[in-house]
Design a protein around this ligand. Structure first.
Ligand SMILES: [Zn+2]
Ligand SMILES: [Zn+2]
Length: 145
């Protein structure tokens, strides 16, 4: 299990929602799709996790961002918490919401075909279009069709 860490915790800004995950993938991607950019105010950083348990679920709001996915946020402070891919019940948690995000590494960019021209990340990252991402990982972002 390289590139994964066990027993990570995190929380929203106000602290009404917190979570622990049994495992998190430390190598993550930035998503440039239009839904992520509108949701997050810029590209979204999210890490795949296993077995997430929530505290303060009453405050977790879920928005159906497509037929196959939903996005979760704290209903009180608005912190963006997760992307949930319903067909496999997989959760991708916002990297910045972990209590310690210093172990995470950005290794690639996805939906680069939707990226606007006004910003660039460092050279050397794996860059995949939406179709390439779906073919490689079997997870569809909201803008798949
Ligand atoms: Zn909150
Ligand atoms: Zn996206």
């Amino acid at each position: 299990m390289t590139n994964t860490i066990t027993e990570k915790s995190g929380r929203c800004l106000c602290g009404k929602v917190s979570y622990t995950v049994a495992a998190a993938t430390l190598h993550h991607h930035a998503c440039h799709c239009g839904t992520c950019r509108r949701w997050a105010g810029g590209p979204a950083f999210a890490a795949a996790v296993k077995d997430v348990s929530w505290r303060g679920d009453d405050f977790v709001r879920r928005y159906a961002s497509s037929e196959w996915a939903e996005r979760g946020f704290c209903g009180d402070c608005g912190t963006h918490l997760f992307f949930h891919f319903k067909p496999t019940d997989d959760y991708y948690i916002s990297v910045g919401s972990f209590d310690d995000d210093s172990d995470f590494r950005l290794v690639g960019e996805i939906y680069v075909d939707a990226q606007p021209p006004g910003y660039r990340f460092a050279e050397g990252l794996d860059r995949l279009t939406g179709d390439e991402f779906i073919a490689k990982y079997g997870v569809a972002g909201d803008e798949a069709d």
